[in-house]
Ligand binder design. Structure first.
Ligand SMILES: NC(=O)c1ccc[n+]([C@@H]2O[C@H](COP(=O)([O-])OP(=O)(O)OC[C@H]3O[C@@H](n4cnc5c(N)ncnc54)[C@H](O)[C@@H]3O)[C@@H](O)[C@H]2O)c1
Length: 382
């Protein structure tokens, strides 16, 4: 039987646009009989970024440098939009108004006001499915951790530590780019870039921060501009947010430490979550992507157990169960969860994409974190 196609338009053809296009180009990788996403349209302001797409996707029906042309096309069903943060608000709103489904990128609006305006538009268009990208929870070992959390095997929570550490900014000769420019990337800095990734699992567990005390650091005060000058670098490099939250499973409070760091020596792209409870504890980190670590607290001595999880992903794939799983696989699994939601099959997926409401929680947290750092006070979140 011929499978239905979902025609995707890409807005933003940079790093993430390519990752998305490549993921859907190898949809045969998934053992899934549902609809197949196909790349039907591309849009970028700069025509020079079209080349790779035209070469690899001869079936493109829309190629444009004006995203409104893509939105007017009846050849596009859904859009993946990966553009700089200052453009999220207007472009996401226009996509939703056009009636096309949207997988957007974090932080889902450059600031809280932009996020609120996007969410207002979503409310006015319930026919459109809108989700935010976040791929790391789709690592099979993390999926195992999520099932363990859902089963409440930790007892009463003591502490959750979740973070995302990068190290490429340790190179102080790295030229500044839009991701290090407040006007384009936003005042959140490293929190806007890395924070939604970190919060996806905690928020899905209902661990909404009730208060935050934030320590934000600007470490690299200047950077080369790539044109022979040294210019100020004003974004936050590192953030440590100490939050109080309540676990809906037990009604008890616990500490949650959220770390987003661009300057973490030795950490290439290390996303992690650690959960410590009275009955059990568990950890996952992309540094050891196969490993699901857990321990059972039973008596005085407690030892960690490590399970090497293969490539047994939520949506099954052709890869042998003992083989390794990577970033591109997680990204494809995330898109798979989105496609299942578009086709009314989302309920069968164990872990859905970030919802607009969860992006709202992240904006509330980052905005409060900035206030906390400015005032030196703990901020209550209502
Ligand atoms: N999910 C992830 O793991 C992940 C990783 C990196 C970045 N991101 C997010 O993805 C988004 C884009 O980041 P990136 O790394 O791909 O950036 P990038 O700079 O590599 O690409 C941005 C693209 O947007 C295009 N663009 C700019 N203005 C445009 C306009 N008006 N219309 C159409 N296209 C326009 C640029 O030409 C470029 O192709 C950001 O929101 C970022 O936070 C997500």
């Amino acid at each position: 039987m011929e499978r239905k196609e979902i025609r995707i338009g890409l807005i933003g053809l940079g790093l993430m646009g390519k990752e998305f296009a490549s993921s859907i180009a190898r949809w045969c990788h998934l053992l899934d009989n549902g609809p197949v996403p196909v790349l039907a349209g591309i849009c970028s302001k700069t025509k020079s970024s079209w080349g790779w797409y035209i070469q690899n996707f001869p079936g493109l029906t829309v190629k444009t440098n004006d995203y409104k042309t893509l939105l007017e096309s009846n050849q596009i069903d859904a859009v993946y939009c990966a553009v700089p943060h200052n453009l999220h608000e207007q472009i996401y709103i226009d996509i939703i108004r056009s009636g096309k489904h949207l997988l957007g990128e974090k932080p889902f609006g450059i600031d809280k006001t932009a996020n609120e305006n996007i969410l207002k538009t979503i409310k006015a268009h319930p026919e459109v499915i809108v989700r935010c990208s976040s791929e790391f929870p789709y690592f099979p070992a993390c999926q195992k951790l999520i099932k363990w959390l859902e089963a409440g095997r930790y007892g009463q929570l003591i502490e959750v530590r979740a973070g995302f550490h990068h190290s490429s900014d340790m190179d102080l000769s790295k030229p500044i780019n839009w991701k290090r420019t407040v006007e384009i990337n936003g005042e959140y800095g490293c929190m806007g870039d890395l924070g939604m990734h970190v919060l996806h699992v905690p928020f899905r567990m209902g661990w909404k921060p009730l208060s935050v005390f934030a320590d934000l650091q600007k470490i690299a005060e200047t950077r080369p501009d790539g044109k022979g000058n040294i210019v100020p670098c004003r974004t936050w490099d590192n953030a440590v947010l100490t939050c109080k939250s309540t676990d809906p499973k037990t009604g008890k409070d616990f500490s949650m430490v959220v770390e987003t760091k661009r300057m973490a020596p030795g950490a290439t792209n290390n996303w992690f979550i650690e959960v410590y409870g009275t009955k059990g504890s568990a950890k996952f980190s992309t540094h050891n992507p196969k490993a699901f670590d857990y321990l059972v607290t039973d008596g005085k001595e407690q030892g960690w157990t490590r399970i090497d999880v293969g490539s047994q992903s939520a949506i099954q794939s052709i890869t042998g169960g003992i083989f390794e799983f990577g970033f591109s696989d997680a990204f494809q699994q995330m898109i798979g969860a989105f496609i299942q939601e578009l086709t009314g099959n989302g309920a069968s997926h164990p872990f859905r994409n970030v919802t607009p409401e969860e992006t709202r929680w992240s904006h509330e947290l980052f905005t409060a974190a900035i206030e906390s750092h400015k005032t030196g006070r703990k901020i209550e979140l209502l």
